[in-house]
Design a protein around this ligand. Structure first.
Ligand SMILES: [Zn+2]
Length: 174
């Protein structure tokens, strides 16, 4: 399928009017949505103290934000979060993080269960200490990652002689 490169001003009269009318309606709809959203957020801040969505989607047992969910939460922030679990990678050079104060730390991988309240099942958020990595894995994908890692760990632990031979071969060839 090809897309036309014609602009509105190149269209014949009636078509141009139709395009301009459609564009005007679309612009107005976006303005109305913006204003209604602002009004809805303001009303939630002033008239309700309990987030309505928690009634139908209560916190799962792993949510650590139970006391922090608020009617003021933006729609995108209406999510349950689990505790952050991390693994420090001490074999790597340290990195600098700046919060709460600048210091050297070992890079680390961080994992956390998270689920927007309308999601069917949680995902696993994967990050690092510097927050340069931000990945979400479904539970099935996380299971695959865990299985792959366990396979690699098993291979590494159960066949050290084979691994050393391979390294020596490469050293000889290199
Ligand atoms: Zn929660």
């Amino acid at each position: 399928m090809t897309h036309s490169t014609a602009t509105i001003t190149e269209l014949p009269g009636a078509w141009r009017q139709k395009a301009e009318h459609s564009a005007s309606l679309a612009r107005q709809a976006v303005v109305c949505e913006f204003e209604a959203r602002g009004e809805a957020m303001a009303n939630e801040r002033t008239t309700s103290s309990y987030p309505y969505w928690l009634a139908s989607h209560p916190c799962p047992s792993w949510c650590v934000r139970t006391d922090r969910h608020s009617a003021r939460d933006e729609p995108d922030d209406r999510a349950h979060d689990g505790e952050i679990m991390s693994v420090a990678l001490d074999g790597m050079p340290p990195i600098v993080i700046s919060y709460p104060e600048a210091r050297f730390v070992a890079p680390e991988l961080q994992f956390r269960l998270t689920a927007h309240y309308r999601e069917k099942e949680p995902r696993i958020y994967i990050s690092d200490a510097a927050y340069q990595l931000a990945l979400h894995a479904t539970l099935d994908e996380a299971e695959q990652i865990a299985s792959l890692l366990l396979t690699l760990v098993s291979q590494g632990r159960n066949h050290p002689a084979a691994m050393l031979a391979s390294v020596n071969e490469q050293a000889v060839r290199g």
